[in-house]
Design a protein around this ligand. Structure first.
Ligand code: G4P
Length: 521
């Protein structure tokens, strides 16, 4: 219980280029995991966050899996889960959010809320995940701070509760007003932002003397915020109806220490997780965990498969034999260490909130539960997210149809793509559904190289999916321009070319019951 209380497990949600890699590095720098930033971020050699992290691991020998960065800070253990956010943006990103206790929403001060942030936020809302907001890039010209807060409230309905408030508009960043103490917090510049920026504090009067109108404006705006209900309260943050807001600059290391302190002080610790029957699995119950991500090909020398599991209760000890809830079979964990870099202490044991990487986990699929002891426990599966790309897949070699079926089944189980079927299309022509088109490339590649079943894709003209609440209504949807397919669990999914097509069908058949899929925005 003591170890569980020390954990803070979160992910950063942001649009590409908002500064997630830079922020990750700045956090690692502040937590003294690395001595100097800048070696990793930088255009040359940046090939997406995953490779950044692997590179960091190689360069620094720190404990990063491709799924989580773990470090100690102020008597807490922070698990920062990676959400791939670049070209390979896909369902993986969404699934990671099922394994966190809170999220940091990172916004670019010049751009505010952007498309992918909105989608990811939708997942947080769906799961009730508390969100802390960090407004980044305040060192360069951007939008007005009040306007950004307004946008958060208007567009996603989260009440902003700024903990700090910038002194000086974006681009003329002088420091922040710490709204809990009324002091000014200034940051010393360091060369290239490569080392921790020293912080200094000034009392209100001193700040007034030094910064004049900038300080006065910050104080006035802070008072306005207080009058409008913008002071921090714990309950609405935990209920995910309000968000604490911090301002800073990841690249200069401004405001990062504050963010870490607030994560430690405010962010929720691991809590009991409900199982499929709705019963809470106590943190001190025997070990249990669920798989939120499966990755193949991390080690090019072997055809390996790593399952990343989040510990929900008890203590994981390397070598323990757990039970795989889906099959009831034993699962040996002796290879758990290989993905954990060089920190021996983190690989021998893991506690609620931590991520365990299990090597050679060919039996494990996304959403699966592992547990030890009695009674048996199973956590609910991870919901699938709104796909926006659809394609029929067929093998081009009829002699390989058995391998084709096995490969498609495997990809579905791993969650590489969603596999949809209908009687009309038949077994030999399932429909692949993806959140991002990159998922198709991965599927085609693996079908050819791993299962030796070459395939051809035929894109379908759909972009919008809704759950059909009453399967009996399918005849209405199955037309020339829309179609109903089934997920592996039987859920009927209605597919439309666009919102207009969806609305027009609803006008004709107002009794049609369609529910949004998570992430439909
Ligand atoms: P991402 O992982 O979210 O995609 O973003 P990443 O950290 O790669 O940052 C995207 C760009 O934004 C980078 O610039 C990075 O330096 C810059 N950036 C990140 N944080 C800040 C900040 O606080 N202030 C300013 N001014 N810029 C920031 P780039 O031009 O793509 O690369 P680089 O050559 O600067 O490294």
């Amino acid at each position: 219980m003591r170890e569980a209380r020390r954990r803070r497990t979160f992910a950063v949600i942001s649009h590409p280029d908002a500064g997630k890699s830079t922020l990750t590095e700045a956090l690692a720098l502040h937590a003294k995991v690395i001595a100097e930033a800048g070696a990793v971020h930088g255009k040359a050699g940046r090939r997406g966050v995953v490779s950044d992290w692997l590179e960091m691991e190689r360069a620094r020998g720190i404990s990063i899996t491709s799924a989580a960065l773990q470090f100690a800070y102020d008597d807490c253990v922070i698990n920062l889960l990676d959400t791939p956010g670049h070209a390979d943006f896909s369902e993986d990103t969404y699934r990671v959010l099922s394994a966190v206790d809170s999220a940091v929403m990172l916004l670019d001060a010049a751009k505010g809320l952007e498309q992918q942030t909105l989608k990811l936020f939708d997942v947080c809302r769906h799961r009730g995940i508390p969100v802390l907001t960090f407004i980044n890039k305040w060192d360069r010209p951007g939008r007005d701070a009040l306007e950004l807060c307004d946008e958060i409230e208007q567009r996603i309905g989260l009440r902003p509760m700024p903990l700090t408030w910038p002194v000086g508009e974006s681009g003329r960043f002088r420091g922040v007003l710490d709204r809990s103490t009324g002091e000014f917090v200034g940051y010393e510049r360091t060369a290239g932002g490569a080392t921790v920026a020293a912080e200094y504090r000034l009392a209100a009067q001193q700040a007034h003397d030094e910064f004049g109108p900038d300080w006065r404006r910050a104080v006035e705006e802070s008072e306005l915020l207080s009058a409008a209900g913008g002071d921090f309260e714990h309950a609405p943050f935990f209920d995910a109806t309000a968000t604490p807001v911090l301002f800073g600059s990841a690249v200069r290391n401004f405001g990062i220490g504050h963010l870490l302190q607030q994560l430690v002080a405010l962010a929720p610790r691991p809590a009991p997780r409900p199982d499929v029957r709705g019963e809470q699995r106590a943190l001190d119950a025997p070990f249990s965990a669920f798989v939120f991500k499966v990755q193949t090909g991390m080690d090019p020398a072997h055809r390996d498969r790593v399952a990343f599991a989040r510990v929900c209760s008890g203590t994981f000890e390397r070598g323990m034999v757990a039970t795989h809830a889906a099959t009831g079979k034993p699962f040996a964990t002796k290879y758990a260490q290989q993905v954990f870099g060089q920190q021996r202490d983190t690989l021998e044991r893991a506690y609620p909130g931590d991520v365990v990487g299990l090597v050679n986990a060919s039996a494990l699929g996304v959403g699966d539960t592992l547990y030890s002891g009695k009674p048996a426990v199973e956590f609910p599966g991870i919901p699938s997210f709104a796909p926006e790309h659809f394609a029929v897949v067929r093998t081009t070699d009829p002699g390989r149809s058995k391998q084709f079926r096995r490969g498609i089944e495997q990809l579905s189980q791993e969650g590489v793509v969603q596999v949809l079927r209908s009687d009309k299309r038949g077994e030999a022509a399932p429909v692949l559904a993806a959140v991002g088109p990159m998922q198709f490339d991965v599927a085609v590649h693996r079908m050819e190289n791993e299962f030796r079943a070459p395939v051809r894709l035929e894109q379908l003209p759909y972009r919008v999916a809704r759950i059909l609440a009453d399967a009996g209504q399918r005849v209405v949807v199955d037309t020339r321009t829309s179609e109903v397919l089934h997920r592996p669990d039987g859920t009927p999914l209605a597919l439309f070319a666009d919102d207009m097509a969806l609305r027009s069908l609803l006008r004709r058949y107002p009794e049609l019951e369609l529910r949004p899929v998570v992430g439909s925005g």
